[in-house]
Design a binder for this molecule. Structure first.
Ligand SMILES: [Zn+2]
Length: 280
């Protein structure tokens, strides 16, 4: 009775299409709830039913975290070159150009000065939509410069990570960013300036292996994947099933890798309070 099943499927499909005009409704990946765009925005892109945190970009995080219109971007025009003349499925320089056109961003991190409740901060905020939030020379340099700016201005540093790790197309140059960013953060630490690391879904690879885990406070959003190698690779390597919730924020909190798990709605207030506490 294949014809019957086919017609049933098409009815369901038409009904969904009727209720979901393009871009206005989103299905929650956590619980399947259909949520209107406006409701999603009101809840800072978290599900009102199950608290699932949708992936968002630097534009949204800057609005959520900083005082209105306080963000002044640094190194806005810094762009990747293609030092290795790398080609995979397409030329790296073409990939950069196409991604810039598609996302309106120049690379996978935006940095700048801003304020939270009137307190000066330097924010570096990553964008997963730019080649998987991968860290190449531009991301490393901008993060390192953000740390330098925080030291100079004696302002707290906040780095919000969302990344698959080092950028393969820049080979060893990407790996050098781990040492550079970590060294700048060590200088910031010596100067007694606090650094808040916010870990969002996903924070993995070279970013976890450098600045994301070096915060004076490592603050994770609920349900974020946080780790070095991903669960699939680990499972293949050890040949065993992994425990439930492996590498998610709550699991990492239980195992001492993050200091707290904070709902996106409480991020701003939490950081504001921590800045006041550390300044005292
Ligand atoms: Zn949900």
């Amino acid at each position: 009775m294949a014809w019957f099943r086919r017609s049933k499927a098409s009815i369901t499909h038409d009904a969904q299409r009727k209720d979901m005009p393009d871009g206005l409704w989103t299905k929650c990946d956590g619980c399947g709830e259909i949520i209107h765009r406006m409701q999603l925005e009101q809840h800072l892109f978290t599900c009102p039913k199950c608290n699932y945190h949708f992936r968002i970009g630097s534009k949204e995080y800057i609005q959520i975290l900083l005082d209105e219109k306080s963000f002044k971007e640094l190194d806005k025009k810094m762009r990747s070159t293609d030092p290795l003349e790398f080609t995979d499925t397409k030329r790296y320089r073409d990939r950069i150009r196409d991604t810039m056109a598609k996302t309106g961003l120049n690379d996978a991190v935006r940095t700048g000065m801003g304020k939270i409740d009137g307190q000066d901060v330097v924010l570096a905020c990553m964008d997963f939509s730019f080649i998987g939030g991968s860290m190449g020379s531009v991301v490393g340099e901008k993060v390192a410069r953000a740390a330098v700016a925080a030291r100079k201005e004696k302002a707290a540093l906040i780095i919000l990570s969302s990344s698959g790790g080092a950028r393969m197309m820049e080979g060893a140059l990407s790996l050098m960013q781990l040492a550079k960013t970590s060294a700048r953060l060590a200088q910031l630490d010596s100067a007694g300036i606090p650094f808040f690391s916010i870990l969002t879904d996903p924070t993995t690879g070279g970013v976890t292996a450098s600045y994301a885990m070096l915060g004076d406070f490592n603050i994770a959003e609920p349900g974020a994947l946080i780790g070095f190698a991903g669960p699939r690779v680990i499972k293949q390597t050890i040949g065993k099933d992994l425990p439930p919730g492996f590498q998610r924020s709550e699991f990492q909190l239980d195992h001492g890798f993050v200091d707290c798990v904070v709902h996106r709605k409480e991020l701003r207030e939490t950081i504001s309070r921590l800045i006041r506490l550390t300044a005292a």
